[in-house]
Design a protein around this ligand. Structure first.
Ligand SMILES: [Fe+2]
Length: 382
């Protein structure tokens, strides 16, 4: 049996990679870019730094965190009016996910819900060049975007080649001043991508290699980047790790953590990495019995178990590490985050239904029932 791997056509990786944006555009035959970003990226001067390497370029800076369909409308209108031949996404996962959606909606029209799974969007949109400023989502290298439907608070998973950036400029120097909270949230997201890609039922030897390499880069450097943001070696490892983890999960899928994380984010506006972090220890404990050897490999790749550790020992060390990591990175419980317990419990059936509908739980080594998912959500409150 063969597997298909999809990747951006160009990856520019390392210090100063983002300064190559002009040459990248030329090599793609593009000359009329629209920069898609958010107000903070403009305020902090990141957009100006990118523009310095481009011909005069228009900017759409109204993307929002955890993007909703309504937040895209202004960008879609700009694309329709502007005759742009590419979109340059500058920022964290949200501007990049927004640009991917604007690329498809700008070219083909319709509503975002028309493009959610199970539909696979393989038709090409307006080419997206992604310049990430966080080490987390891996969106620069994935065929995935996640957009919330405003009308029903569903975080819609959208998949296909149409959402894959044509180029990604992976420049860790853009992450050096990232605050600790964002560093932690995005870093745990990346680690979750690597673990979920490795234990996924759709994993294959290519994605295994990317996922294991990503874990080896991310796990030893997440605490360092959190406590010492100026640590260039840690930032460089986190950035490459996040991109490799993105490549891994884009081709192997994520699993139960992501499936359950999206409804928490949609209903309670918890940042994506944080809702993953809340779930990761409990979902890992639930899943280990179905993939003991795979999870033991994760512990070894993360450097927290040795080659001589038996799988059972490595699994225990993995669980202990995930809990310790949440403590050290100050990941709040749902209660500490301010989620209303009664509302959370009343939404459990809908959240479980949305989690299952995304398809991600079906990739988990242990496939959950709706009841299992409800119990896992409840366990976050014990
Ligand atoms: Fe994620």
């Amino acid at each position: 049996m063969s597997q298909q791997i999809v990747l951006p056509r160009l990856l520019q990786i390392g210090a100063g990679a983002s300064t190559q944006v002009g040459q990248i555009l030329q090599s793609l035959g593009c000359s009329r870019p629209l920069i898609i970003t958010d107000p903070m990226m403009v305020k902090l001067g990141y957009v100006e730094r990118i523009q310095a390497h481009l011909p005069p370029s228009d900017v759409y800076a109204d993307t929002v965190p955890e993007p909703t369909e309504s937040s895209l409308r202004g960008g879609v209108a700009r694309v329709r009016q502007g005759h742009y031949d590419c979109l340059i996404a500058v920022g964290g996962g949200s501007p990049i996910d927004s640009a991917k959606a604007i690329s498809i909606l700008g070219k083909y029209g319709g509503r975002m819900r028309d493009y959610k799974v199970p539909r696979i969007v393989n038709e090409p949109g307006i080419p997206v060049i992604a310049i990430p400023t966080t080490a987390g989502t891996g969106s620069e290298a994935t065929r995935v975007t996640v957009i919330t439907d405003d009308e029903c608070d569903e975080k819609m998973l959208c998949l296909g080649l149409g959402f894959l950036p044509v180029a990604a400029l992976v420049d860790y120097e853009l992450t050096l001043s990232l605050p600790p909270r964002t560093t932690a949230d995005t870093g745990i997201d990346a680690l979750t991508h690597a673990i979920e890609a490795y234990v996924s039922r759709k994993a294959n030897p290519y994605t295994d290699a990317q996922a294991l390499q990503a874990m080896g880069l991310l796990a030893p450097n997440l605490r360092k980047a959190f406590h010492h943001g100026e640590d260039r070696a840690a930032r460089e490892a986190m950035m490459l790790g996040a991109t490799l983890a993105g490549i891994a999960f884009s081709n192997a899928s994520v699993a139960l953590v992501h499936g359950m994380s999206r409804p928490i984010g949609a209903f309670f506006h918890v940042p994506h990495g944080l809702s993953n972090a809340m779930l990761l220890p409990a979902v890992t404990a639930y899943s280990i019995p179905a993939a003991t050897a795979r999870y033991a490999d994760c512990a070894r790749a993360m450097g927290i178990a040795g080659a001589s550790d038996a799988d059972a020992t490595a699994n225990q060390k993995l669980l202990a590490e995930l809990i310790a990591l949440n403590t050290e990175l100050q990941v709040p419980t749902p209660a500490a985050f301010g989620i209303d317990r009664a509302r959370f419990f009343s939404l459990l059936p809908v959240m479980a239904e949305q989690a299952l509908a995304s398809g991600s739980p079906a990739n988990n080594p242990r496939i959950p029932s709706a009841e299992d998912i409800v119990q896992l959500y409840q366990s976050l409150w014990d």
